[in-house]
Design a protein around this ligand. Structure first.
Ligand code: FAD
Length: 480
């Protein structure tokens, strides 16, 4: 029994048989359509029941729904390769699904097969500088394995319940990106099933072409089954400073100052709707171990925040990383977690950030963001060893500029309005030299994608032709 399969069974994750489900035990594999080639036998389970298919037809965005023909819960990495080869023969589409936190159907596939990567979430190996995990593992599960050993991935997304494969497919930005780059810049090796159904191990040292097209490659050339992630020593605690600013210019002044220094380990900016306009906030974190917290005065020296409004606290490292959990609980309890989430995520260069953001703030109304919605505005420097497919604006100092919209209604008219508004904001950001972080809710045409990838487009097309010539992988982005 291979280690993936053993780990799946140990974790009690063996898929349940439901509805018209065929299972691995059969000598012949499942038959999807009469007269068609049967699937080869699988270690895992192909679920054809309504419950599994309906779940895979939805995501966190609740805007796009596409019903797949079946959902594979793979029992091994070989299952992924097997189904991809089978789909290639029949020109059937395949989409890997992480935690379904896409906001615009990117992990969905109409009439094809969704691969539920959560079945491949085992921790395989850990050393003091790396961990090898199944790509379906959530970042919270990675931390559960590493923190008892005093280790952590260098970059973590604000929300830890995303899958490793799902964030590597887009890049993965977090509070420490200003120091370490994206999550996709901190991956040492990947096992990938290409669109040809071949399993290839790639890294900066071998098969680098594939490695570069998989990271931030939107699942277009391969499905990551296993990832070797870089680890660094974890701090025990975090001194956290929530600072308030009188206006955008002052918030940006301090973001520039802090981006140029290593005073804090993580810095994130946000702009929140307030009764009298906007509240400008900086969330700055200094990591430490032992009993002596860093000196507040020296950390806050020279900053231009409204000091009387500053909040300072000390948290355990994991509690700081898990800071979105409280908001999730709140949004689940008031129902907003389950409404549509027409989010927009972009990158803007420093030279245009003030004009772009202030113009958008003038246009935005509290209703456009919804209760607890916010604008994210966080500075970071262009990563030294960037993932080639991640499209960033020109210049060194850049900002993540996101509209985290949390509507309090699911009405089609309102969602449609916000999706159209996203398009308009994107056009203005692009006109100012900004780029899209492709975890956004609005449709992109092939021409949009060509423009988005710019000089990387031809290389991306060549990689698609080379690794997924039948164009079966991850159709939800509508690129190829
Ligand atoms: C509450 C919330 C907070 C977020 N915070 C951040 C943040 O701080 N930083 C950030 O960068 N992003 C953030 N995001 C965006 C998030 O990183 C992306 O939407 C991510 O793609 C979702 O991961 P997932 O595991 O849910 O993947 P899914 O939504 O299931 O899949 C996303 C895409 O990746 C593909 N994919 C999934 N697994 C694999 C695989 N193994 N191999 C190849 N392709 C694969 C899918 O086909 C799909 O196209 C956030 C999203 C939400 C909803």
């Amino acid at each position: 029994m291979n280690s993936d399969r053993r780990a799946v069974l140990i974790a009690g994750l063996a898929a349940t048989v439901a509805g018209r489900t065929d299972s691995a035990a059969a000598d012949d594999g499942p038959l999807l359509r009469s007269g068609e080639e049967r699937l080869p036998p699988l270690h895992g389970t192909l679920c054809l029941d309504d419950e599994a298919r309906t779940a895979a037809a939805e995501d966190f965005g609740h805007i796009v729904q596409r019903m797949p023909e079946g959902v594979l819960r793979p029992g091994s990495n070989e299952d992924v390769a097997t189904i991809v080869r089978w789909a290639g023969n029949l020109r059937r589409k395949i989409a890997p699904m992480g935690q379904r936190h896409s906001v615009y159907g990117r992990a969905q596939v109409r009439d094809g097969i969704v691969i539920d990567m959560a079945s491949l979430r085992a921790v395989h190996e850990m050393r003091n500088d790396r961990i090898v995990v199944g790509a379906g593992a959530k970042w919270s599960e990675v931390l559960a394995a590493t923190l008892p050993h005093g280790l952590t991935p260098p970059v973590l997304t604000d929300y830890l319940e995303l899958s490793v494969g799902g964030t590597l497919a887009v890049g993965g930005i977090g509070g420490t990106t200003k120091r370490y780059g994206m999550q996709s810049d901190n991956v040492l090796e990947l096992d990938v099933v290409t669109g040809r159904g071949e399993t290839v191990t790639c890294s900066p040292l071998g098969n680098k072409g594939l490695y570069d097209m998989v990271r931030a490659g939107l699942g277009q050339v391969g499905i990551v089954t296993r990832a070797t992630l870089k680890l660094i020593p974890a701090p025990q605690k975090v001194r956290r400073y929530l600072l308030t600013y009188r206006d955008l210019a002052t918030l940006l002044k301090d973001q520039r100052l802090l981006a140029a220094e290593n005073r804090f380990d993580a810095v994130q900016g946000s702009i929140l709707p307030a009764p009298a306009g906007w509240t400008f906030r900086l969330d700055a974190a200094c990591y430490f171990s032992g009993d002596s917290p860093p000196d507040d005065n020296s950390l806050l020296g020279g900053l231009s925040d409204d000091r009387s409004a500053a909040t300072v606290s000390t948290l355990a490292y994991f509690d700081y990383l898990n800071r979105l959990a409280a908001l999730e609980r709140l949004l689940r309890s008031n129902g907003q977690w389950f409404y549509p989430h027409p989010w927009l995520t972009t990158f803007v260069g420093d030279s245009k950030v003030e004009s772009v953001v202030s113009a958008e703030l003038d246009r935005l109304t509290p209703k456009d963001l919804g209760t607890f919605g916010q604008v994210v505005l966080s500075a970071f420097y262009r990563p030294a060893a960037g993932s080639p497919l991640l499209q960033l604006p020109a210049g060194d100092l850049l900002y993540a500029f996101n509209l985290v919209r949390l509507p309090t209604t699911g009405t089609v008219i309102e969602v449609d309005r916000l999706v159209k508004a996203n398009r308009a904001v994107y056009e203005r950001v692009r006109a100012a030299g900004g780029t899209l972080y492709p975890v956004s809710a609005f449709p992109m045409s092939r021409d949009d994608w060509r423009r988005h990838f710019g000089s990387a487009w031809m290389q991306f097309c060549d990689a698609k032709q080379n690794f997924d010539p039948e164009h079966i992988l991850t159709p939800g982005y509508e690129i190829f």
